[in-house]
Design a binder for this molecule. Structure first.
Ligand code: NAD
Ligand code: ZN
Ligand code: ZN
Length: 389
């Protein structure tokens, strides 16, 4: 899900004070935190307790509340930059007591009476976007804009996936049955990162064969944009990021040109396009400078696809752009391409291997957060946590 790229570096001091043993056992006591360890049907989950406070805690098991719900046992889950953003207290819709997480793979435990296509025992992908399936926007495939109670709700408005079990509303239209050939680790990336970069970056930007594509930002979203842009055989993929390890990753994923600075990016873009500019510029950072760089790099008639989430106003240089026929797109991921991406991963046409750099047991959730939030030291791209029992 969208997040503020400046959110990195978050560190929970309460958690820091705990011993490794406590953390491994998930016994992290946080002052004033409710623990329901007396509950007969309890499970462990990552609970948000307000800005700067999180806990891997005992909480009640989720229950079916609506006939369209499913309860899913979480087998693999990941952490998103959005979760770090929430933990800074910057997403007020997330209230204390909320279980975080919106990307997971699991096994269906039980379903409500109104669920038709999803069955207990089935291995499913839990998408970051939930869809009611019937509202005007869901009928158009714009699930991110769902008016019927879906959209981005998991780990936001309702309890999420960083838990042993999760309740998923509108199960028929919100989970995806997984083919046997797609391992949990590959499927995890289909919950958010791959559809985001593909839909909001590559498809919105109309990447075409022979294009020169610039991707600004080489975090998980920018790197996934490299992978999915390649599906269209572009002539060059230029990736811009100040962090050298991220540029090395971009090269591994298929970028043939990399730049650490704006000037380097302008020079390279000019060199390979005879001074015209790139066909498509994908913004995958979310700060004014990088949007403006996209607008500066793109050729007349080219496309700027903004993926990054912006927390500050951005200057739109219409005085330069109006005469150059530039198209600018924005968007929240809908995950309407998830079935296609799933087929491509299953057939081997798309491989996301390498995006997950660190693996943990589910009970090591706090270690996973530490590594992910210290990406510049740990080299983490995505971390994955797996059920171990
Ligand atoms: P990230 O923070 O992991 O990566 C951002 C990258 O940008 C980092 O590698 C950083 O070094 C680089 N960067 C920072 N300043 C830069 C600059 N001036 N020029 C070039 N690169 C620079 O983020 P991510 O998880 O890859 O996500 C990228 C963006 O996509 C975020 O803004 C996120 O909120 C957004 N997002 C949007 C959607 C959507 O639906 N539109 C969904 C998910 C994520
Ligand atoms: Zn996310
Ligand atoms: Zn809907």
């Amino acid at each position: 899900m969208p997040h503020d790229p400046t959110a990195g570096g978050y560190r929970d001091e309460n958690v820091e004070a705990l011993s490794q043993g406590q953390r491994r056992q998930g016994l992290a006591p946080i002052r004033g935190a409710p623990i329901d360890s007396g509950e007969v049907s309890a499970m462990r989950a990552l609970v948000y307790h307000g800005a700067g406070r999180k806990q891997w805690a005992d909480v009640p098991m989720p229950e079916i509340k609506d006939a369209r719900d499913a309860i899913v046992r979480v087998d693999a889950v990941t952490i998103c930059g959005t979760d770090l953003h929430i933990l800074k207290g910057d997403v007020p819709a997330v209230t204390p007591g909320r279980i975080l997480g919106h990307e997971a793979v699991g096994t269906v435990e039980s379903v409500g009476a109104g669920v038709g296509t999803v069955k207990a025992g089935q291995r499913v992908l839990i998408s970051c976007i939930t869809s009611c399936g019937t509202c005007r926007f869901c009928r158009e495939g714009a699930y991110g804009q769902c008016l019927g109670g879906g959209g981005w709700i998991l780990g936001h408005r309702i309890d999420g996936t960083q838990a042993e079990y999760v309740r998923v509303p509108f199960a028929d239209t919100s989970v995806h049955a997984l083919p046997d050939g797609v391992p949990n680790e590959s499927a995890l990336l289909l919950a958010d990162i791959l559809p985001t970069s593909y839909e909001v970056g590559v498809l919105n930007g109309h990447v075409m064969p022979g294009d020169v594509v610039a991707i600004i930002g080489a975090g998980p979203v920018g790197l996934a944009a490299v992978m999915t842009a390649r599906l269209f055989s572009p002539r060059h993929i230029l990736v811009v990021d100040p962090a050298s390890p991220r540029l090395d990753a971009a090269k591994r994923f298929g970028a043939d040109l990399v730049a650490r600075s704006e000037q380097e990016a302008r020079d390279l873009a000019s060199d390979v396009t005879d001074g015209l500019g790139v066909d498509v510029a994908i913004e995958a950072v979310g700060i004014p400078e990088t949007f403006e760089l996209c607008a500066a790099l793109v050729r007349p008639g080219g496309r700027v696809a903004n993926v990054g989430v912006h927390g500050r106003p951005v200057t739109l240089h219409l005085e330069d752009l109006w005469i150059r026929n530039v198209t600018i797109t924005t968007g929240l991921v809908d995950t309407r391409t998830t079935p296609t991406l799933l087929q491509m991963v299953d057939s081997g046409q798309l491989t996301a291997d390498g995006l997950i750099t660190h693996r943990f047991g589910l009970g090591e959730m706090l270690d996973g957060y530490d590594v992910f939030s210290q990406a510049s030291d740990s080299g983490a791209l995505k971390v994955a946590l797996f059920r171990t029992d």
